[in-house]
Design a protein around this ligand. Structure first.
Ligand code: SF4
Length: 432
């Protein structure tokens, strides 16, 4: 499930067999950790210097929110006298996203090294990697890599003879989408039902077991060793201002070569589509969901003018999110597509808040009756109203994630919904 890559930093030279520690070291692995600890003949880097380098790189969280990583690290109260925690969010569950599992499978040590550097920078001595529950092989691979790193002295007490200690553990989830939400993840990691918490307080002050905790996505940690080895400025220059480095996109749907593609931030969407072999069977591009199922759909005309980075996609009215690019050709019915998405969010709602618990069910039922040709003209306004009444009224972002695709579809493909209601059939010939 690998694609081709432009200027890769995470996926370089991976073939599925060279994930072991010796292979990673041969690619320059753990040199960044050596560098910050002063084990490469240099003076080492202070915690402030590591955080400043990550800030300079303009690395933004790769899990979906795109929050600046260096800034997030600076929120950690380093002087807090008790235990602090570092958590890697590998609970990849966003429909369309499949990059983190590949990173952990093909290059697990890059995540371990990235986490060790982050732990050093924030003064944390214990970390967890929360891995999605449905990917057993990936969990086992990461455990095997942890064993190698411990045996080589890259994890544990007094790492490489320094006074830096870091214990890292893997944790296998149970497959609930909501455990990818950071506070739902923490609840699950503590052994409770994975239901998101009210924020504030944020995890930086009240996280795992009520202690300061920093949570980053797998791909975010995987970017860190390159940044430390080559400098923040070099990483920034790989991308574009405010959008540093490369990003991995999971391209799926109607393309010739679905797969994960690592390309520099700011690469035109048309280049990514070309890497993935173009639209399948030479058909016309109709629409693209650019950042996982929670991001509003964009029509082809808008998407073809976009570059793949946070700012360009936001300007076009959607989100880069986790980088799951779902390509739809001209045989796709948008009502049917929304029906699939709405079912997913209804199914994955944890049920804590009424607008999400009830609203996601309402959305699904309305879209279902429109799709079946039983819709009413008033359903258009009702759909929009229900979506609007969910947004911003829930504990976590799942409510918004369910509502945004609805609004995106109604904005760009309203005529298809109206056609379904008026003619009781699909506008797309293949579905007639
Ligand atoms: Fe649970 Fe939905 Fe509320 Fe999030 S928004 S806490 S998933 S009910």
């Amino acid at each position: 499930f690998h694609g081709r890559h432009i200027n890769p930093q995470i996926y370089a030279d991976l073939d599925g067999t060279n994930w072991h520690l010796k292979d990673y070291e041969a690619r320059g692995g753990y040199q960044a950790l050596r560098k910050i600890l002063g084990k490469d003949g240099g003076a080492g880097l202070t915690q402030d210097q590591v955080i400043a380098t990550v800030k300079e790189s303009a690395l933004r969280g790769r899990g979906g929110a795109g929050f600046p990583t260096g800034l997030k690290w600076s929120f950690m109260p380093r002087q807090f006298p008790g235990q602090k925690y570092l958590v890697c969010n590998s609970d990849e569950g966003e429909p369309g996203t499949c990059k983190d599992r590949d990173i952990l499978m093909f290059n697990p040590h890059i995540v371990i090294e990235g986490m060790a550097i982050a732990a050093y920078a924030m003064g944390t001595s214990v970390g967890y990697n929360y891995i999605h529950g449905e990917i057993f092989q990936v969990y086992e691979r990461f455990e095997a890599a942890l064993e190698e790193a411990r045996a080589a002295g890259y994890l544990g007490d007094q790492i490489m003879g320094s006074d830096f200690n870091f214990q890292l553990h893997a944790h296998h989830g149970f497959g609930a989408y909501i455990c990818g939400e950071e506070t739902g993840l923490l609840e699950s990691l503590e052994g409770k039902k994975g239901q998101p918490r009210f924020k504030p307080p944020f995890p930086a002050s009240f996280g795992m077991y009520g202690k300061p905790t920093t949570i980053n996505n797998t791909e975010t940690f995987a970017a860190v060793p390159w940044i430390i080895r080559n400098g923040g400025q070099a990483y920034l220059e790989c991308g574009k201002p405010n959008n540093g480095g490369t990003k991995i996109y999971s391209v799926s749907g109607d393309v010739e070569r679905p797969g994960n593609y690592e390309i520099p931030m700011g690469t035109p969407f048309s280049t990514l589509l070309e890497l993935a072999g173009g639209v399948r069977n030479g058909r016309q591009l109709k629409a693209v969901i650019p950042g996982g199922s929670s991001s509003p759909v964009l029509p082809a005309s808008v998407m073809m003018d976009c570059t793949m980075d946070y700012d360009s996609i936001a300007k076009a009215g959607s989100m880069l999110g986790s980088g799951a690019v779902i390509v739809m050709d001209d045989t796709r019915c948008m009502v049917k597509s929304l029906l699939r998405l709405s079912y997913f969010y209804m199914h994955e709602s944890c049920g804590q808040c009424t607008p999400c618990r009830e609203g996601t069910g309402w959305l699904w039922r309305m879209v279902e009756r429109i799709e079946k040709g039983e819709g009413r003209p008033s359903d258009m306004e009702l759909l929009d109203s229900v979506a609007g009444n969910i947004m911003g009224r829930t504990i976590c972002a799942l409510g918004d994630a369910a509502a945004m695709p609805v609004r995106g579809m109604l904005k760009h493909f309203r005529h298809e919904f109206e056609h379904h209601i008026e003619h009781k059939r699909c506008v797309v010939p293949a579905y007639v």
